[in-house]
Design a protein around this ligand. Structure first.
Ligand SMILES: Cc1cc2nc3c(=O)[nH]c(=O)nc-3n(C[C@H](O)[C@H](O)[C@H](O)COP(=O)(O)O)c2cc1C
Length: 407
């Protein structure tokens, strides 16, 4: 049959047009357009120098741990229940005795002001606004006191690398106590610094040096360089690091002799909760439970220390079965979406830590970028809960998740 044709009319074309004329606006349109943490990662890559992006994105040696840790999430299978009233879902949970708006904790990350000049302040500010826990690293670029003074009401934990000089450790612990940090995270997967091939190839130093290649790269990352050069000098708040590579700076702090006896020492001088981060075996989790630590983080340091180590998500069910109920079990590594968060919760974690996810946000757009990451994950957690037929994070148990043998 022949259809009658007509001339296209503006009235019928206009509603089909998916674009508007460019307008000047204070909104970061590119950030607004991001719908996943992956999109934010791509934006971050465009906005900071390569060496900075690689420092965050990369890991140890051949980065086998990073890819395995991520791929484990593709093996997750949700097992939804239908015909449940999920018109309202509760995303909050209890972390070390206090409610948190989400089962997400900001992991300690060193050198955060290199990712964005607002650094630790931006992340802690989002933690405060969103009612989440913020962890400050020993390798932070703002001091314990600066952070506490700038965002006095954020729920905050201090991450400790045990210094060879125990007097320095004690001094930091006392400062953290006076500055209102409520828990200590002892990171234990850093007997020696992991070798980050990307950093070595990029010749990354602290602060970044302006070589010829960097100089040429500057023209495409003007905003980052402008912010770096017009704000207080970039350095670790507690470690003298001028001209060192990140690994060299870290080796000034890490103590290869730390052992289980140090946990007892920490317990004797710190009255608040102690969290041991970097657990990679059931055997060690059981030992720590016997010692009475309050929580552990199953973690391979985001694949930045031992390459080809255990994969946190795969280890989680076994550890949760062995020590769950005796202490809280947290997990980190590769969490990039709300679905990932719930996968870990379903497999036995009480909460997760995120590292790179928020750092991509910081590199893309400072505080607004971190906020965006949390808003994306919040929406994803809510919809994943509802689609599984679960009404709360606390009710999201192992019946909703299993790990398939293959993707
Ligand atoms: C750039 C960067 C710096 C980090 N610095 C520290 C640190 O100073 N102390 C620490 O305990 N963990 C540190 N971590 C590890 C994180 O706390 C966390 O274990 C890891 O990022 C989790 O993996 P994810 O990045 O895939 O979320 C760092 C991670 C990154 C990416």
């Amino acid at each position: 049959m022949q259809m009658k044709r007509q001339f296209p009319r503006w009235r019928s074309i206009k509603p089909l047009l998916g674009w508007t004329w460019p307008r000047f606006s204070k909104h970061d349109k590119k950030l607004d357009r991001c719908i996943t943490v992956g999109d934010i990662r791509s934006l971050a890559r465009k906005r900071v120098p390569k060496a900075v992006f690689d420092y965050v994105d990369g890991g140890a040696n051949e980065e086998v741990s990073i890819s395995r840790t991520r791929r484990a999430f593709a093996r997750v299978e949700f097992r939804p229940l239908i015909l449940r009233d999920v018109s309202s879902v509760d995303l909050s949970t209890t972390i070390l005795g206090e409610r948190s708006a989400l089962p997400i904790i900001f992991a300690p990350t060193g050198y955060t002001r290199m990712m964005h000049y607002q650094g630790e302040f931006a992340v802690a500010s989002v933690a405060f606004k969103q009612d989440l826990v913020y962890s400050l690293s020993t390798m932070g670029t703002v001091s314990i006191e600066e952070l506490a003074n700038a965002i006095p009401d954020v729920r905050r934990w201090f991450q400790l690398y045990m210094w060879s000089d125990r007097v320095r450790s004690l001094e930091m612990i006392n400062r953290a106590k006076s500055a209102g940090f409520s828990a200590l995270i002892l990171t234990v997967d850093t007997a020696v610094p992991g070798q980050h091939d990307r950093d070595v190839r990029n010749g990354l130093t602290i602060p970044p040096k302006i070589g010829l290649r960097t100089f040429l790269n500057m023209s495409t990352k003007v905003k980052w360089w402008f912010n770096l050069l017009t704000t207080p000098p970039l350095k670790f708040a507690t470690v003298q690091s001028e001209g060192l590579s990140p690994a060299e700076a870290a080796s000034k702090v890490f103590d290869s002799s730390v052992d289980f006896e140090d946990i007892a020492w920490l317990q004797s001088i710190w009255s608040g909760p102690i969290i041991v981060k970097g657990v990679q075996s059931v055997e060690d989790a059981v030992k720590l439970a016997k010692l009475g630590v309050d929580a552990i983080v199953i973690s391979n340091h985001g694949g930045r220390q031992l390459d080809r180590g255990t994969v946190p998500l795969e280890l989680l069910p076994e550890i949760a079965a062995a020590v769950g109920g005796k202490m809280q079990v947290f997990l980190d590594g590769g969490i990039m979406s709300g679905g990932d968060v719930l996968a870990a919760i379903g497999l036995g974690a009480d909460a997760v830590l995120i590292g790179r996810a928020y750092l991509y946000g910081a590199m893309a757009a400072g505080e607004k970028g971190v906020e965006k990451v949390i808003s994306i994950m919040t929406k994803e957690i809510a919809s994943t809960l509802a689609l599984n037929g679960a009404t709360s994070v606390d009710a999201f148990t192992s019946k909703f998740v299993r790990l398939r043998d293959h993707e």
